[in-house]
Ligand binder design. Sequence first.
Ligand SMILES: [Zn+2]
Length: 316
Amino acid sequence: MLAIGIDIGGTKIAGAVVSESGEILDELRVPSPAQDPDQMIIEVVGLINQLAAKAPEKVVAAGVAAAGFIDADQSTILYAPNLKWRNEPFRDRLKAHLDLPVFIENDANAAGWAEFKFGAGKGAKDMVMLTLGTGVGGAVVADYKLRRGGFGIGGELGHVRVVQDGRQCGCGRKGCVEQYASGSAVLKAAKKLASSDGPAGERLRQLKKESGELTGHQVYQALLEGDAATRELVNQAGNYLGQAMGSITAVLDPQVFVIGGGLSEAGELILDPIRQSYLRELPARGFRPEARIVTAKFSNQAGVIGAADLARESVG
Ligand SMILES: [Zn+2]
C-alpha cells in the first residue's frame, strides 16, 4: 500500500510517494507560498495529484505535515507561527479537491514517527525525538504510539523551560529550551560573538568578512576546525538540551532520544555535551537505566516519510 507524504516548509513544499517499508519511490518539490493559504491549497493539491498519477500502484492516503498546532481531529491548523494561519480548516479544504483520504500532522510528529518506525528509533517502544532547527521540535512515542495529547498539541518539547526568567520565546513565555538549543539560537549567539571585539570571536569574524553575514554553514565550518569559542557555543546548546531531557525523562522515561535537525549534523560534537548534561540532570542517576542518545537517520526526508506512514496507518 503506497501513501503520499507532503512536508510544508517556509521556503519549499516537498512531496513523496512512500512504500509500506518507508522507502521513497518518487519525489517532487515546489516553492512554498508560505504567506498565502489559498495558493498553498492549490500547490499541495497539485503535488498530491501529480505524485498519485505517476505512482506505480494505487495510493491509499495522503499525509500533510506542517509546522504548527494541529487540533485533535487532525483537521484544523490552530496556529502556525511561520505560515500566517489561524484556525485554518486545512484538511477539509484539501479534501474538497482530492479523491484520497487526507490527514494533517505536526511536522515534528511526522519526522519523529519516521525515525521511530524506520530510522534511529527503530526497535524501541518509547522514544522521544528533538529536532534542533529554527526552533526545537518534539515528538513523543509511548508504547508504540505517537502521542498527540488531549487537544492535539502535545509533544511541544521545545517549550520545556530551562531558564527562569530567561530569553523571550515566541510562545509568550521566557526561558524555553528552543531559545537556547535550536540551530537558530546557536547561529544568533555566533553572530553576536562575530560582532564583538574580543579575541574569542576571531575565527567567526574572519568567516563573517568572507560573506558579509555569518551563515550556519560557516559556524559549522568553525566548529569542525576546532574553533574553541564555537565549540563552547555548541556545548552550551547541548548543555541546555540535556537539562530539558532530564525533565522529559522524569515524565516519559524514554528508551531512546533521537536528535535531529540541522544542528544534529555536528554529530558527536553536539551529542557529547548533550549526553554529559543529560546524565548530570537525570533524576535518580545510578539507580535506573539510561536512555540511548543518537542522531536521526533521515535528514530532510523524515517529514514526508512519517506523514505518509501515519496517513496509511489511519486508513489501514
Ligand atoms: Zn516557548
